[in-house]
Design a protein around this ligand. Structure first.
Ligand SMILES: CC(C)(COP(=O)(O)OP(=O)(O)OC[C@H]1O[C@@H](n2cnc3c(N)ncnc32)[C@H](O)[C@@H]1OP(=O)(O)O)[C@@H](O)C(=O)NCCC(=O)NCCS
Length: 167
């Protein structure tokens, strides 16, 4: 039976092993890791999918901020990694994780959502796009069409130039 649980219920090493399998052990060099350096995942927006006691998917969200040239900070939540065990991908698990996180974010999010991801997936199913992010910058290399965002819970997206980093 597949269950959705708070990610905090899961043994941390099992989460790390799943992320290594989905993204490769060199994942720590990715720009997404630099954006949220030092941050703790938001417990109310981070979930696990468990099948008969075995971890098969995870989603995490992180408190980050957009800072403009004057230093004004707008809180955002960075979504990701979203990871499904490689042998179980394309079976609907990613969509279950994202839908559950978005439902929670409708009432829990203290900022709009951003992520680095495939627009073909996160746009098609979850209404993320790169419209607001054209002038945003990140502390590392990224493909601009993969810098995605969406408003939620009454929090709009900043559109001015700014750097995304820890709050
Ligand atoms: C991306 C990921 C989370 C999607 O979860 P999933 O359970 O495999 O996908 P789902 O079953 O929910 O969705 C399947 C649908 O999305 C499409 N899809 C899946 N991954 C996609 C991608 N990266 N780009 C475009 N479409 C994608 C599939 O073609 C399928 O479409 P269909 O129903 O028309 O055939 C998962 O494949 C994964 O962990 N990938 C490796 C890690 C990664 O890249 N994570 C995302 C960046 S944070």
């Amino acid at each position: 039976m597949v269950e959705l649980l708070p990610l905090s219920d899961i043994e941390p090493q099992a989460v790390e092993d799943l992320l290594d399998a989905a993204f490769g052990a060199d994942r720590f060099g990715r720009t997404a890791y630099r954006i949220r350096v030092g941050a703790e995942a938001v417990a109310a927006l981070s979930f696990a999918l468990v099948d008969d006691g075995v971890l098969i998917g995870t989603i995490q969200c992180w408190p980050v901020a957009h800072r403009d040239a004057s230093g004004t900070a707008t809180p955002l939540l960075m979504v990701g990694p979203v990871a499904v065990r490689p042998d179980l991908q394309r079976g609907g698990h990613g969509r279950v994780l994202m839908a559950h996180m978005l439902a929670a974010a409708e009432s829990e999010a203290d900022g709009a959502l951003m992520m680095i991801g495939d627009p073909e997936y996160y746009g098609r199913f979850f209404h993320f796009d790169a419209d607001a992010t054209a002038a945003w910058d990140l502390p590392g290399p990224f493909e601009r069409q993969r810098l995605l965002a969406r408003a939620i819970n009454g929090h709009d997206l900043p559109t001015e130039a700014g750097m995304i980093g820890p709050r």
